[in-house]
Design a protein around this ligand. Structure first.
Ligand code: NDP
Length: 452
């Protein structure tokens, strides 16, 4: 008999935790998982899944606006927020059930309560203590709110998904994925949206051309973008609005103030002080290339390690740990080539190096760029253009990065991501026959580099 109750005790049933628990159990390990909140973690409950459902819901507004140019006559469309919200609630309940049954079917013991680490090989949960040869911390992150007067009046993405009603106006603070995605959803659902970002252009770290192009698209749609803008305080007025004062003494009232100013690792109360686990400056758990912490029996994956806060990355990390501990070793993750999409409207898809990163890394860069009106808008007055861009190393001809703003950018870049991660050259892109008529064919037909 084993000297431990479990071979692996996983804390947190989000993307990384569930994947690791199921995979480890499938390899014969005795596994338990503790979850205090909801199965599927941020992604399923208050992240990717509800967000994408709301993107579909809000995108219909643009499709209906185009329908007339294709000969359809629609009566005045009306939007009913509770229908979208409650359908989302039901869908997520269904997914929670699927996650739970996947764990049960894999033979994982589920402890639906908060777990606390009480030693390198011990976890306390629901008044009981369990010993484990290995512990995996996969507790994720939580929205961060800056400490300004009146911040209690602001909501985060957690509350956004279950709003009792949609406001007439909203201020969205932040310039990252969440702020811009949620701002677009609100705008398309008919809310008058203002985005407040503290620097000169949102989506820091993404390719400059993409950021400028998206800025222009959002302005064209009628969103208000306030850059170099800092909120100083928020107060509630008698009309049920929130009055926002900025650092230039500007004052504006909004029906909703939504903060999307980053997410922090959720380590508080986890009992890490009972171990040798170390945290970095951002409060994230430090791990080595095997996701092992400074306490050899404890591993950590996903948002709690603050490497790349993306579901597919947490899944890959969870899988790695399971194979590392109970299989024949995990497959190392290439963090340099992670395709990602921002589900703005229009969406962004991107993989590999931005033009700026490529130059900083010493590449002689060749840039191919194409901006065009998507065919779908041919009959309408819609001015929105798509942008595609390839960043190529002049010496090796290797495609270092592919970037896009436009319809289906995420779907398109997922495929391009395979080529980029395999080290495809521009010549190989050019040899590929395009699919006509698509937007994606532009990636294999850009022949002349732009001068930079
Ligand atoms: P991000 O870290 O991407 O962005 C946070 C934003 O808030 C930045 O623009 C930052 O500005 C700003 N900010 C930070 N602190 C303050 C402050 N004190 N006052 C004002 N502004 C501030 O976080 P998000 O919350 O947008 O998203 C979290 C993570 O979730 C992302 O990193 C992403 O990995 C993941 N995600 C992925 C999605 C996808 O794959 N489609 C969708 C949604 C989220 P600055 O630029 O100056 O630092």
């Amino acid at each position: 008999m084993s000297e431990f109750d479990y071979d692996l005790y996983v804390i947190g049933a989000g993307s990384g935790g569930v994947r690791c628990a199921r995979t480890a159990a499938g390899m014969g390990a005795k596994v338990a998982i503790a979850e205090e909140r909801y199965y599927g973690g941020t992604c399923v409950n208050v992240g990717c899944v509800p967000k994408k459902l709301y993107v579909y819901g809000s995108q219909l507004a643009e499709d209906m606006a185009l329908a007339g140019s294709y000969g359809w006559s629609l009566s005045q469309p009306e939007f009913h927020w509770p229908t979208l919200r409650d359908n989302k609630v039901n869908e997520i309940r269904r997914l929670n059930g699927i996650y739970e049954s996947l764990l049960t079917q894999a033979g994982v013991d589920i402890h639906p309560a908060r777990a606390r680490i009480t030693g390198p090989n011990e976890v306390a949960v629901d008044g009981r203590r369990y010993s484990a040869r290995h512990i995996l911390v996969a507790v994720g992150g939580w929205p961060f709110l800056p400490d300004i007067p009146g911040i209690e009046h602001a909501i985060t993405s957690n509350e956004f998904f279950d709003l009792p009603a949609l406001p007439a106006t909203a201020l969205v603070v932040g310039g990252g994925y969440i702020a811009i995605e949620l701002a677009c959803i609100l705008h398309n659902l008919g809310v008058e949206v203002t985005v407040s970002y503290r620097r000169s252009l949102f989506l820091r770290g993404f390719d400059e051309d993409l950021r400028c192009h998206l800025r222009d698209c959002l302005l064209q749609k009628g969103m208000t973008l306030k850059f170099d803008h800092n909120v100083e305080s928020i107060t509630a007025n008698s009309e049920g609005e929130f009055v926002v004062r900025d650092s230039d003494d500007g004052v504006e009232a909004y029906g909703l103030v939504l903060y999307a100013t980053g997410r922090r690792p959720l380590v508080e109360g986890l009992g890490l002080e009972a171990t040798a686990v170390t945290l970095n400056q951002a409060g994230a758990i430090e791990v080595d290339e095997h996701y092992q912490t400074a306490e050899p029996s404890i591993y950590a994956v996903g948002d709690v390690t603050d490497r790349v806060q993306l579901t597919p990355v947490a899944l890959a990390e969870g899988m790695y740990v399971a194979h590392h501990l109970f299989g024949e070793g995990g497959r190392a993750i290439n963090y340099d080539v992670i395709p990602t999409a921002i589900f703005t409207q229009p969406p962004i898809g991107t993989v590999g190096l931005t033009e700026q990163e490529a130059m900083e890394r010493g590449h002689q860069v060749e840039v191919y760029r194409s901006a065009f009106a998507p065919m779908k808008y041919s009959f309408s007055h819609k001015k929105e253009r798509a942008l595609m861009k390839l960043v190529v190393d002049r010496d090796s001809n290797k495609v270092l990065g592919a970037h896009m703003v436009g319809p289906e950018a995420g779907e398109i870049i997922q495929g391009i991501g395979i080529a980029v991660s395999m080290g495809a050259t521009k010549a190989q892109f050019d040899q590929t026959i395009g699919i006509h008529p698509t937007s994606a064919e532009e990636f294999v037909t850009m022949r002349t580099p732009v001068t930079i």
